[in-house]
Every structure is written in structure tokens, then in C-alpha cells.
Design a protein around this ligand. Structure first.
Ligand code: FEO
Length: 427
């Protein structure tokens, strides 16, 4: 009952608790996952099998082209006629690729999915989905395998709307789906045997879970009270040694440090800018002064010429309002501004207040383009951006201070902005 078996050579189920088996697949050569994620160590598609006195449950399956490996491991331990329950914690294709064939081989089995997974199941299995018996489950629902009981935790948006976790009560094992997972393929399977996978774990969190921090915190409220002997995610090592430290780490990663830094009563407004001849920089300073004069608003200002954009992502995630300043060059905002704006897909900006400003020589498109990008990120743009032709006059600098002050007043709720249509309200 351990990971000593070489799973890269033998397609057998690997027992890691009494009657609980890993029946997943290894994908060691994968170098890019979902087009955007680097996977220096490949990945695994973990699926599990639980044998109870009154039937067998399969938890999740694998990517379709790894089906042979999955079925070989499954067949090494059970007959298809024994399968009573199939649980899908998440319906993304890397975990449901083998499902249609599994349902064909075990037609008596009943699928257990979250309520939000229903439409995805129909889309996934069309047009044959009606032939499958399925039931939707929520937090507190349980299913019995005789001497084994599975209970369900409703943990949506980790990282799809459908996601849930399943807990094997008698063994204290949490089948967590993508949560606590990572793209790290190691045939030794278990966290106390594999290499150092901390980088992969944090990288996975940063790119998959980070935009859903609020939902992570909600899920942790359900997970933390559990007796946890092992965590069995759908990717990467099975966490059997000190599993709770991964739960603690998730809480740390999902908790804002800036809130503690500035106090919950203050609002954070961050200004980023680039400047060709000092004109946009001058605007940034005056906007900062105007905003900083509003009690309860703490303003930070950064010249993007001074460094890399990546360290700013944390600040942006934790800020309440963001202003971007750019000159217009060749009808566009400048590259460092776009670099920063394009790196924000990993954070949730919905509803944050945004604004843009900049000096221009001819046409001044940059400000509108930045505003469009912020709207695309579902930010709220309460005021039209500030554009100044070349060198700002004293009157225009006054307007910059006023612009900063008005944004800050919206931020603290002192000013009601005019009605605008923003993506933040449409989605
Ligand atoms: Fe591993 Fe979201 O699928």
C-alpha cells in the first residue's frame, strides 16, 4: 500500500489507503498545458478508485488520449460491473476524456456532479448525455458504498463554475479536483517521495487559482474543519505527508497582505505611468496630489520605466483603484503599459475603479485604448480620462488634480459618478 510500484512501467492500480487506489495517468513530456501554462515537469491526470462493501466508486477520469492507461489500471483492480458510483469533481476535458467510454463499459454506474456541471455534462456528452443516469450533489450530500461514505463539498470556481471536492469520511481523504494540484509529473506519486515540487505548486496556484481567491477562501472554510489524512488532487503528487500544510499555504496565498498593511479603512489607489518628455509624468504627479488630498485614500505612484512589470501584479490585485498614464506614440499606448495591462489575466479586477491619462502630440489614442482594456478587464471607469496636448498648462494641471480628487472621492463613496455603462455591470 505505497508508491514503490513503478507506475511508468506497470499499468496497475496503486493502493494508497485501505481499498483506495490511484488509477490515473502520467504525461511526463507535456511542456505546455492549456496553451498558456508552462509544464517543465509534465503533468499527471489523477483518477481514483474506492472499494466499498457495497460497490466501487471512481472519482474523476483522465484526458482522452490517456484512456488506455486509465482503463488498464482500473481493470487491474475491479470489474466494470462493480462500479456503482462515478464522481466528477470537475468536467474540464483533462478529467472527463475517458468518461464516455467508462459510461459505456459501466452503464449501471450513476454519475455524481455539481449542479453547475449539468450543462457542461450535456455539452460534453452530446447527444448521448440523456442515456446516462446522473444526480447533482451539494455540500452535505453523501453517498454510501456500504462501509465507505463519500460526502461532497460545494467549491465552485476553483477554477470553473462546476468544481467540487469529495471527501472519503472513513479514511480522511479529500479528493480535491484541481485544488491543491500542480503540473508536476513524477512516477513516485506521493509528496514524501517525489522531487521538490514547491515551484510547480505555487506556479499552478498563481495561474489557475489566484483569480478566484475569494472562492478559495470560501472553499477553505469547508475544507479546514475536516480531518485530513491525505489530499488527492487531479494533478501532481498525492499529498499524504502533512497534508494540512498545503491547506495553510493556500490560505496564505489567498489572503491579502496589503489589507493588513494599510488597514481595512483605507483605500489604495495606484498610479502607473510612462513619460517621453516628462509631460505625462507631470500629469501623474498632479493627479497623485489631488487624490492624495482625500482622506482615507493612500496613493502609490510608479514610473514603469523603472523596472519590470511582474512585481506590480500583487499591488494591482490588492489596489482599490488603478490609473494608467501613457503618451501616445504611433497611435498607441507605449509597450510597458501594455505589458502590465496584458499581465493582469491572473488577477480579478472586476469592479475596481480605473482611469487613464496622458500627454500626446497629434491624436492621443492611448488614453481611450487603455480605458477600453480596463473595461475589458471588467473595471469600472467613472470618469473620462485626462488628455493633454504636449506640455500641460497650469490650468490643465489644475484639471489633473481635480481628476485625481474626483477619482479618490468615488473610491471612498463620497462622490456619485454619472451613470455609465461598464462591463463590470454587464457580467
Ligand atoms: Fe485539470 Fe481544470 O482541469
Amino acid at each position: 500500500m505505497n508508491g514503490d510500484i513503478d507506475v511508468s512501467r506497470h499499468c496497475n492500480a496503486v493502493e494508497f489507503a485501505d481499498g483506495v487506489y490511484w488509477i490515473g495517468a502520467l504525461d511526463p513530456t507535456l511542456r505546455t498545458f492549456d496553451i498558456i501554462l508552462s509544464t517543465a515537469n509534465g503533468t499527471t491526470y489523477n483518477a481514483y478508485l474506492i472499494r466499498g462493501s457495497e460497490g466501487v466508486a471512481v472519482v474523476d477520469t483522465v484526458k482522452e488520449n490517456f484512456s488506455d492507461e486509465f482503463f488498464a489500471r482500473l481493470e487491474s483492480e475491479v470489474d466494470y460491473s462493480e462500479i456503482k458510483v462515478i464522481v466528477l469533481n470537475h468536467l474540464e476535458p483533462d478529467h472527463t476524456g475517458a468518461l464516455p467510454e467508462l459510461m459505456r463499459r459501466a452503464p449501471q454506474a450513476k454519475l455524481h456532479i455539481s449542479q453547475r456541471a449539468t450543462s457542461m455534462l450535456k455539452a460534453l456528452l452530446k447527444p448521448s448525455s440523456d442515456a446516462f443516469a446522473y444526480t447533482t450533489v451539494n455540500t452535505g450530500d453523501r453517498v454510501s458504498l456500504g462501509d465507505r461514505t463519500l460526502s461532497f463539498l460545494h467549491t465552485p470556481f476553483l477554477h470553473w463554475p462546476d468544481t467540487q471536492c469529495t471527501y472519503l469520511e472513513e479514511e480522511g481523504i479529500l479528493f480535491s479536483g484541481d485544488v491543491f494540484g500542480c503540473h508536476y509529473c513524477d512516477k513516485r506519486l506521493f509528496n514524501d517521495r517525489v522531487g521538490d515540487f514547491r515551484f510547480s505548486f505555487d506556479y499552478y496556484y498563481a495561474h489557475i487559482m489566484r483569480p478566484f481567491k475569494k472562492h478559495v477562501i470560501d472553499a477553505l472554510k469547508l475544507i479546514e474543519p475536516l480531518t485530513l489524512k491525505q489530499i488527492a488532487p487531479t494533478h501532481g503528487p498525492i499529498l499524504r505527508e502533512r497534508p494540512r500544510r498545503y491547506v495553510t499555504h493556500y490560505r496564505e496565498l489567498s489572503t491579502s497582505s496589503l489589507t493588513r498593511e494599510i488597514g481595512s479603512d483605507d483605500h489604495s489607489l495606484v498610479i502607473f505611468y510612462m513619460s517621453s518628455y516628462g509631460n505625462t509624468a507631470r500629469m501623474a504627479e498632479e493627479i497623485s496630489e489631488g487624490a492624495g488630498g482625500v482622506a482615507g485614500v493612500r496613493v502609490s505612484i510608479y514610473d514603469l520605466e523603472g523596472g519590470e512589470t511582474e512585481p506590480f501584479v500583487d499591488l494591482i490585485e490588492e489596489a482599490d483603484a488603478l490609473l494608467f498614464g501613457s503618451p501616445t506614440i504611433n497611435g498607441d499606448a507605449v509597450k510597458p503599459v501594455w505589458d502590465l495591462l496584458s499581465s493582469l489575466a491572473v488577477v480579478n479586477l472586476k469592479g475596481k475603479i480605473g482611469g487613464a491619462f496622458g500627454s500626446f502630440g497629434w491624436s492621443g489614442e492611448a488614453v481611450r485604448m487603455i480605458e477600453d482594456r480596463m473595461r475589458g478587464l471588467k473595471m469600472h471607469i467613472p470618469h473620462e480620462g485626462m488628455r493633454v496636448k504636449l506640455i500641460p498648462t497650469e490650468e490643465e494641471l489644475d484639471e489633473c488634480r481635480s481628476f485625481g480628487r474626483r477619482i479618490a472621492e468615488v473610491l471612498i463613496g463620497k462622490r456619485r459618478e454619472r451613470a455609465v455603462i461598464d462591463f463590470a455591470y454587464l457580467v
